[in-house]
Design a protein around this ligand. Structure first.
Ligand SMILES: [Zn+2]
Ligand SMILES: [Zn+2]
Length: 146
């Protein structure tokens, strides 16, 4: 007999976020929505991504499942950045400053249009020509997330 149940497990899928690198060799899936989001203007993110601004999402390390091998670059005394060794796309960030956290790129989501930024961080390093007209909080340095 075919199942005729009217309540498939639709709810769970909505909390998951999936994403991938440019070539598709590295993919991720999260078990939860992000704990926080922030648009980062710092020079380290800017250079790593070759982009004027980076849209971050914060997760617990254990809530992110990976497919494909990542390569890692230690970008500072405290920070490690993961990327796809095949196409070079930046995929994640970890720092001893935020132990147990893994930061993913909002723009790498399969549905980047659904990313919602909470605030700007390291706005003190923002490029003058990047004019953004939103009304989000602009933190000059790291946002103290509570
Ligand atoms: Zn790739
Ligand atoms: Zn940054």
């Amino acid at each position: 007999m075919a199942e005729t149940g009217s309540s498939p497990t639709a709810g769970q899928a909505q909390n998951k976020i999936t994403g991938r690198c440019l070539c598709g060799a590295v993919r991720y899936e999260t078990a939860t929505p992000p704990a926080w989001t922030a648009l980062c203007h710092c020079e380290s993110c800017r250079r790593a991504a070759s982009a004027p601004i980076v849209a971050w999402m914060g997760f617990a390390v254990e809530d992110v499942r990976w497919q494909g091998e990542r390569a890692f670059y230690k970008s500072s005394r405290i920070a490690t950045r993961g990327f796809c060794p095949k196409c070079g796309t930046q995929m994640c960030f970890e720092s001893t400053r935020w132990p147990g956290e893994l930061h993913l790129y909002g723009a790498s989501r399969d549905d980047p249009e659904n990313y919602v930024p909470d605030l700007h961080c390291h706005h003190g390093e923002a490029l003058d020509w990047l004019q953004i007209s939103d009304t989000l909080r602009k933190c000059p340095g790291s946002a103290e997330l509570d």
